[in-house]
Design a protein around this ligand. Structure first.
Ligand SMILES: C[S@@+](CC[C@H](N)C(=O)[O-])C[C@H]1O[C@@H](n2cnc3c(N)ncnc32)[C@H](O)[C@@H]1O
Length: 263
């Protein structure tokens, strides 16, 4: 869905400055109470930021303390899981990762829990505010605070410009990309939080440009998360892939650089 009606709601005095700053940055209307005429509402309420979908009557927020992320961090299979193999985690090797599609910070948190040091880049100011709030709350709890120490930087920017601005000695070992999956026809099967993200964000006209740029800036590899049976991003053939039940991680080695015949 394109250009959904969206507003910011601040019911929480303590968050007034932050809500006003987001309203100025995005140009979205700022209200003092919820209004279901808006399809999406960014709510600053009860010391947290959430994104409420009025028609689904569901709110999403970034929660590193409880729920699935905390569970996965505790019981998630460690360095044996597919994402860990894909970024090249081995005994004695823990690469630094630039996540250029931060979203709700979930994959980044899994990687941080495995010891990777991460920079997260997200171009949506709303999602950036959600992650920032999740990090703030996560730092107040011992278990998540330890993992969040590995979040070195959170940037609100377009990733292509961000990568292009990186000085040679600041280039990451690994660049991680999780582009928005194409909208499935049977949308009832798409999880509610993904439906909300799809409503918030306009689809990227050229997600393959993220990969093309990343290939020029990663010191060791680029990893692209795909649905298990989807074609590779931009039909650019990876050097290898790692599969889990529903997901495939396409791995592009940049050292030595893939030659043109591998594309
Ligand atoms: C599928 S979500 C990523 C979900 C994330 N991996 C997670 O675990 O929560 C894709 C995200 O990439 C962001 N994105 C897409 N293109 C971008 C770009 N050029 N620069 C920065 N962020 C971008 C979108 O705004 C969206 O939040």
């Amino acid at each position: 869905m394109h250009s959904p009606s969206i507003c910011i709601v601040c019911c929480d005095r303590a968050s007034k400055t932050q809500a006003e700053a987001l309203a100025r940055q995005t140009g979205l209307p700022l209200l003092s109470e919820k209004n279901d005429d808006f399809l999406l509402q960014v709510c600053f309420d009860q010391d947290r930021v959430s994104l409420l979908d009025s028609t689904l009557n569901t709110a999403i927020e970034v929660d590193f303390v409880a729920g699935t992320l905390a569970h996965r961090q505790q019981y998630g299979g460690g360095r044996g899981q597919a994402i860990a193999k894909a970024v090249g985690l081995k005994r004695g090797s823990t690469p630094g990762v630039l996540d250029i599609t931060a979203g709700l910070g979930r994959d980044a948190y899994v990687l941080a829990g495995l010891g990777c040091r991460l920079t997260l880049v997200e171009r949506s100011a709303v999602l950036h505010a959600l992650i920032q709030d999740g990090i703030r709350r996560g730092r107040e709890h011992a278990a998540s605070a330890v993992v969040l120490q590995n979040f070195i930087k959170l940037v609100n920017a377009d990733s292509i410009s961000y990568m292009e601005s990186l000085e040679r000695n600041h280039r990451p070992d690994v660049i991680y990309i999780d582009p928005m999956y194409p909208v499935r026809k049977k949308s009832a099967r798409v999880k509610k939080d993904m439906q909300i993200l799809q409503r918030l964000l306009s689809p990227s006209p050229n997600p393959e440009q993220l990969l093309i740029t990343a290939l020029a800036y990663a010191n060791e590899r680029v990893v692209v998360k795909r649905p298990r049976h989807a074609s590779p991003l931009g039909n650019i053939k990876p050097n290898t892939d790692i599969r889990s039940r529903k997901t495939r991680y396409d791995v592009y080695l940049t050292r030595p650089r893939p030659d043109s015949s591998s594309k």
